[in-house]
Design a protein around this ligand. Structure first.
Ligand code: HXC
Length: 257
């Protein structure tokens, strides 16, 4: 039995972290199930992935505190490293990933949402990095992605205070892209996934790679990365189809992978 349910729907897929009795907290098994889920994505068919949590209350309430409580220094480091590897895999997946944050996104839950490309939140979502209150630092990328996403000052406030913020505040500071009534969240996420899936898949993948790789380097190298990926789109069926359709004043044929 897996703690991650995976459902492919036409050209996008939904992965649901399902350990509801522990508010979807991430123990080692859930992390490995996430990794296995990533192994199983058919990129010839799936053009966007949605990650959400089971139930009405929680996206992911963090890494599993019970499991972490007894770890040695070396085991703690290995646990963080494994989570970072898997979250980095999500971040660098060739297709866009949308986090549908349906409740608590605390610690590792907030970190999971941040390795996704886009965060959509339900009105009841709550975000925090409560680690320093538990005697640890964030360990699944929180110290790095939060400062990049919302800016150093606000991020350090969240990281040092453990303060929980609600969905509207998360929206105000740019941590989430949009907020929806809870019952509308998945429809909104699926609508966005379908919208992404309608566009030229080669170009969407190249755009994600350009944005991600460029963020890791200086502007001269970043625009060089963009030029190369831009060039790689030419002579593809997608590019010929889309530009030809524009010139002929018609809609492009559906894009093939
Ligand atoms: C293990 C957890 C858990 C967690 C909730 N549960 N969060 N178990 N790890 N992170 C379990 C509870 O123990 C409880 O199990 C059940 O889920 C329901 O939770 P309650 O506390 O009874 O619910 P409620 O009173 O509504 O409070 C919800 C809550 C609270 C505010 C989300 O559960 C909470 O504060 N959880 C911890 C949040 C947190 O600190 N997360 C960050 C962890 S550190 P039982 O068996 O009692 O029913 C982290 C580090 C990441 O994430 C980096 C690692 C390298």
């Amino acid at each position: 039995m897996s703690f991650v349910r995976y459902e492919q729907k036409e050209q996008y897929a939904v992965a649901t972290i399902d350990r509801e009795k522990a508010l979807n907290a991430l123990n080692s098994q859930v992390l490995e199930d996430l990794n296995t889920m990533l192994d199983g994505i058919n990129f010839d068919e799936v053009r966007a992935l949605i990650i959400t949590g089971a139930g009405q209350k929680s996206f992911v309430a963090g890494a599993d505190i019970g499991e972490m409580s007894g770890l040695s220094k070396a085991e703690g480091e290995a646990f963080g490293k494994r989570g970072n590897e898997i979250f980095r895999r999500i971040e660098t997946l060739p297709i866009p990933v949308i986090a549908a944050v349906n409740g608590f996104a605390l610690g590792g839950g907030c970190e999971l949402s941040m390795c996704c490309d886009i965060r959509l939140a339900a009105e009841n979502a709550k975000f925090a990095q409560p680690e320093v209150g538990l005697g640890i630092t964030p360990g699944f990328g929180g110290t790095q992605r939060l400062v990049r996403l919302i800016g150093v000052g606000k991020a350090k406030e969240m990281l040092y205070t453990c303060a929980q913020i609600d969905a509207q505040e998360a929206y105000r500071i740019g941590l989430v892209n949009a907020v929806y009534p809870a019952e509308e969240l998945m429809d909104a996420a699926e609508k966005m996934a379908k919208r992404i899936a309608r566009n030229a898949p080669i170009a969407v993948r190249a755009t994600k790679k350009a944005a991600n790789d460029g963020l890791q380097t200086d502007m001269d190298a970043a625009v060089a990365i963009e030029s190369s990926l831009f060039g790689s789109c030419f002579e593809t069926e997608d590019q010929k189809n889309a530009m030809g359709a524009f010139l002929e004043k018609r809609r492009p044929d559906p894009f093939v992978n």
